[in-house]
Design a protein. Structure first.
Ligand code: SF4
Length: 495
């Protein structure tokens, strides 16, 4: 890790992309704050601006680059005396020095493996160096890190592995995040324990394929389960190595993590969604992991086996459905979400109809759907992108509307139930107060999530700060996107 002297001034980080990038931005924030810098609320107030960009879709790269242009415009307006500007994350890792050719005004570039060098990079740039670059891959197979959070938080993201060995034909991630490597179970448990000691009550374990966690780490503590299976055969790390169900069970039973209430994880691959991981979702009295939230995000990408094969996904729809059926048998209230790509090369109307059929069959709570865009350097980029843009858009809109109907039905089924939420902050939907004729002077709308990951907007009449609190709330209404709960109708709110 690089060294830098104490620093001053304000920084602003603009984040694009997935939860891994959100976690990386939190780490950047903590690193700069540890050196004495202050987080700015707006880019205009900052002396250092960082764009943490995503490369998964073409649109995301364009967004990051157009944001870069607007920050440069802002700097010009300030007569060139504006902030220094850098790009990090997957965009920095992939495009490296090419970014200086595209945007010569850019001051620094860094990658996903060099985040810890950020204070040193900023220090060098503030001392007059230009085009500073730190975007090398860490080629060692060991992965060790300590989670850094900034301020008091009830939730934290914890990176447990990084990289991906799956090489789905459309995906750029193996090229930006490298090969899979995992932290050890002992290290992750100690890390979570120190977060719990700081007040964290919910952790989300992060990695491109968290359920293949453990590959290459020897199971010296002889933890169970010793090996993993699923409907298609043996999967994941080999016998004699650590694995993801072992990690969940270690976190659940370590006395230092006793105050932890929820464990979540993302993202995962159906190939590594083992029988032993499914068993963790059972009730504790039936051998399940008590703190594991009843939520699963398991990307399926398409409902057509023919398309899955071209995507290089190595799973099929029959095995995926069998996994979901087994999961729901053990945990009937589980909330399931997925990712879907529409318009992959060769996708026919019949393939697309099979995806809709899958939505009907599996009744997802949430679907994150995208139109396919070719990423240079991937195997799919060599296939003919033969689904027209208009057909991709039609299919995407159709699928989203189709899913909205499913989600609304599921959400309406929750009205009248009492559910536990963790309050994550103030909601953007403060207008709900006016709609409900409540005094806006004292009332606030808060947003939180249930264990099964449904968003709840809670109207509270009292001025007290609910951030970071676990509450039992009664659900009063539902839309296809969220549940509503109110304090005002005499429902009991338990802390
Ligand atoms: S599993 Fe496939 S889609 Fe997911 S990160 Fe790896 S290569 Fe990309």
């Amino acid at each position: 890790m690089g060294s830098a002297p104490p620093m001053s001034g304000k920084f602003f980080i603009k984040t694009f992309g997935c939860q891994m990038n959100v976690a990386d931005s939190e780490r950047m924030t903590a690193l700069l704050a540890d050196k004495g810098m202050e987080q700015a609320q707006a880019a205009e107030d900052a002396s250092v601006i960082i764009i943490n960009g995503c490369t998964v879709r073409e649109k995301a790269v364009h967004k990051a680059l157009s944001q870069l242009g607007s920050y440069n415009f802002m700097r010009k307006r300030k007569g060139g005396k504006g902030p220094v500007i850098g790009v990090g994350g997957c965009v920095g890792q992939l495009d490296k020095e090419n970014l200086f050719k595209r945007a010569p005004y850019l001051d620094f570039v860094f990658g996903t493996d060099t985040i810890d060098n950020l204070p040193e990079i900023v220090h060098r740039v503030e001392n007059g160096e230009r085009h500073v670059i730190y975007a090398d891959f860490d080629k060692s197979m060991d992965y060790s890190t300590e989670t850094k959070i900034h301020g008091l938080k009830a939730q934290a993201f914890v990176n447990i592995m990084k990289g991906c060995d799956k090489y789905c034909t459309y995906c750029i991630v193996p090229f930006t995040r490298g090969k899979e490597k995992s932290r050890t179970i002992d290290e992750v448990v100690s890390d979570v324990a120190q977060l719990v000691a700081k007040g964290v009550r919910e952790v989300t374990l992060l990695g491109q394929n968290v359920n293949s966690f453990g590959k290459g780490n020897s199971n010296t503590a002889n933890r169970e389960p010793a090996e993993l299976n699923n409907v298609i055969g043996k999967v994941g790390p080999r016998a004699g190595e650590e694995n993801f169900p072992q990690l969940l069970r270690a976190l659940d039973t370590d006395p230092r993590c006793a105050e932890l209430k929820r464990i979540r994880f993302t993202s995962s691959h159906p190939l590594d969604f083992s029988d032993e991981l499914i068993a963790c979702y059972a009730k504790p009295e039936n051998g399940g992991v008590a703190r594991l939230s009843p939520h699963l995000h398991l990307p399926v990408q398409s409902g057509s086996d023919a398309v899955l094969q071209k995507m290089g996904r190595h799973h099929n729809i029959e095995s995926y459905i069998a996994q979901m059926d087994r999961l729901r048998e053990l945990c009937p209230d589980v909330g399931i979400s997925t990712d879907i790509i529409v318009g992959f090369p060769t996708e026919t109307e019949e393939d697309f109809q099979q995806t809709l059929k899958l939505l009907d069959r599996l009744q997802y709570d949430n679907v994150y759907a995208f139109a396919y865009s070719s990423r240079p350097g991937t195997r799919a980029s060599k296939m003919q992108d033969d689904v027209s843009a208009s057909v991709k858009n039609e299919r995407l809109n159709h699928l989203l509307q189709y899913q909205n109907v499913i989600a609304e039905k599921l959400y309406v089924g929750r009205v009248g139930k009492v559910m536990e939420i963790l309050v994550e902050g103030e909601s953007k939907n403060q207008h709900m107060i006016d709609k409900n004729g409540i005094d806006p002077q004292t009332a606030r709308v808060w947003t939180g999530k249930t264990g099964c990951n449904r968003v709840v907007n809670l109207i509270s009449r009292s001025p007290r700060n609910l951030l970071g609190k676990f509450l039992d709330v009664k659900i009063t209404a539902a839309t296809c996107l969220s549940l509503h709960a109110e304090e005002s109708l005499g429902q009991e709110i338990l802390e």
